[in-house]
Design a protein around this ligand. Structure first.
Ligand SMILES: [Zn+2]
Length: 95
């Protein structure tokens, strides 16, 4: 009888749940990305990186405003799902 030596996943913890490194909420491991972030934090940090990388330079201001609005929406969603607003940089008014 063969011994099963390798377990599936290999992403760290068993059970598929971890704490988001940003907002701190418990979330499931997604197949995408190397980071220990929840889906929302993963998305908004990418969007913010795009802004910081200058991807919106030369584009109409409304494009940047749209990106910033979607970042805020993702942060709010993360907070609603159990993330820490302070760690997400959300003020009480922004919630
Ligand atoms: Zn998060």
């Amino acid at each position: 009888m063969a011994i099963q030596r390798f377990t599936k996943g290999g992403f760290g913890r068993q059970g598929g749940v971890f704490e988001c490194g940003l907002c701190g909420r418990s979330t499931r491991i997604t197949v995408e990305g190397q980071t220990h972030l929840c889906g929302q934090c993963d998305e908004w940090t990418m969007a913010e990186n795009a802004i910081n990388d200058g991807n919106y330079n030369g584009l109409p201001a409304e494009e940047l405003a749209k990106a910033e609005a979607s970042i805020l929406a993702l942060k709010r969603k993360a907070a609603k799902l159990g993330g820490d607003p302070a760690r997400l940089g959300l003020t009480a008014e922004a919630l």
